[in-house]
Design a protein. Structure first.
Length: 341
């Protein structure tokens, strides 16, 4: 994209022609095991303001781990954002340098993942329990690279320690370019509903862009989230699974442009592209396993498969069978397609 909305926001303001207020941003959220290279390619091509990689373990990336390297791959993504996770300054700084050398346009630091496998090693949202250490990690990354650096966090570890405004303010003082806040504490995991209004305290604590995350699924919820939080933009996560075009549709609608739902044939073609891309990226055996969650989501979006066909789609190891069933999933009438906005 010739003039990138997201990068201009990170670099200090989003001027629009005629002095108009900039449109809110809409990004594809990082989802471990979900936002693979090909999902990001499709979402970005369909108009997402930015797409963020799966969480990349910093130490594993510096050691040349195959999985970490695949997660950090941004080939064919014209705005490449790599999200790093770690609990030690030097490995995460080195990982940031490697990501930048590999073509990353933005480095995002994960301080929001609630998974026990991550928090158990003092990473992810566990860093919100020690803001001094979190600050050291952010400083290490900021000093390691020349590209914009952002951080994703939660409201806090629990309701007694909602310290996201403090962490965001520290990030701004270090020179970070934006923050994203998921409207839940770590102890909530994904239960209940995201507290968008609580994100407003973060917006008021900093002058850099704040992106709101959590329970944003479509245009209506994006608008509600923006109104409650005062944020500069939103992230859409799981609602984009099986509909990677949705983020771009919402981004366009927030900018006052109507982007129609892709036709059934276009949706089928995107699903097939995603599946074939996963096989090419991971190899047939591993790619088939990685694809299953996406196949389930595309089957739901398409809505035209019988239960036995859906089961066959999710269990087959034959790519030709999978592609044939994917095409059938989108062969029903157009009125079965849910409107994105």
């Amino acid at each position: 994209m010739a003039t990138d909305h997201y990068l201009s926001a990170l670099r200090g303001g989003r001027p629009m022609e005629g002095g108009a207020q900039p449109a809110p941003l809409c990004l594809l959220a990082p989802l471990s095991g979900v936002t693979d290279l090909h999902m990001r390619r499709i979402a970005r091509r369909c108009g997402a303001d930015a797409v963020i990689s799966e969480m990349v373990a910093a130490r594993e990336f510096t050691r040349g781990s195959g999985e970490a390297t695949l997660r950090a791959n941004g080939s064919g993504v014209d705005l490449h954002v790599v999200q790093l996770a770690g609990c030690e300054a030097e490995p995460i700084a080195e990982a940031a340098r490697l990501a930048e050398a590999g073509g990353a346009h933005v480095i995002d630091v994960n301080m929001g993942c609630p998974a026990k496998i991550v928090t158990g090693i003092a990473s992810g949202s566990a860093l919100m329990r020690d803001l001094d250490h979190a600050e050291r990690l952010l400083a290490a990354v900021r000093n390691a690279v020349s590209v914009p650096v952002t951080v994703k966090m939660r409201l806090g570890w629990d309701d007694a320690t909602r310290n996201a405004p403090d962490l965001a303010a520290r990030a701004e003082r270090l020179g970070l370019n934006a923050v994203t806040v998921h409207g839940r504490t770590r102890q909530q995991f994904y239960t209940g509903t995201a507290d968008w209004s609580a994100i407003r305290a973060v917006v008021e604590a900093v002058s850099i862009p704040v992106i709101a995350n959590g329970d944003v699924t479509d245009l209506a919820s994006a608008r509600d989230c923006l109104a409650a939080s005062g944020a500069a933009g939103v992230m859409i996560g799981r609602a984009a699974t099986g509909r990677p075009w949705r983020v771009g549709q919402v981004a366009a609608a927030l900018a006052g442009r109507l982007v129609p739902e892709p036709s059934r044939a276009e949706q089928a073609a995107l699903a097939a592209e995603h599946y074939a891309g996963l096989l090419a990226l991971y190899g047939r055996q591993m790619g088939v396993r990685h694809a299953r969650k996406h196949l389930a989501a595309y089957a739901e979006t398409g809505g035209a498969l019988e239960p036995a066909e859906r089961s066959a789609l999710l269990t087959t190891t034959d790519p030709e069978v999978a592609l044939s069933l994917l095409a059938r999933a989108f062969a029903g009438p157009a009125d079965t397609v849910r409107e994105a906005a």
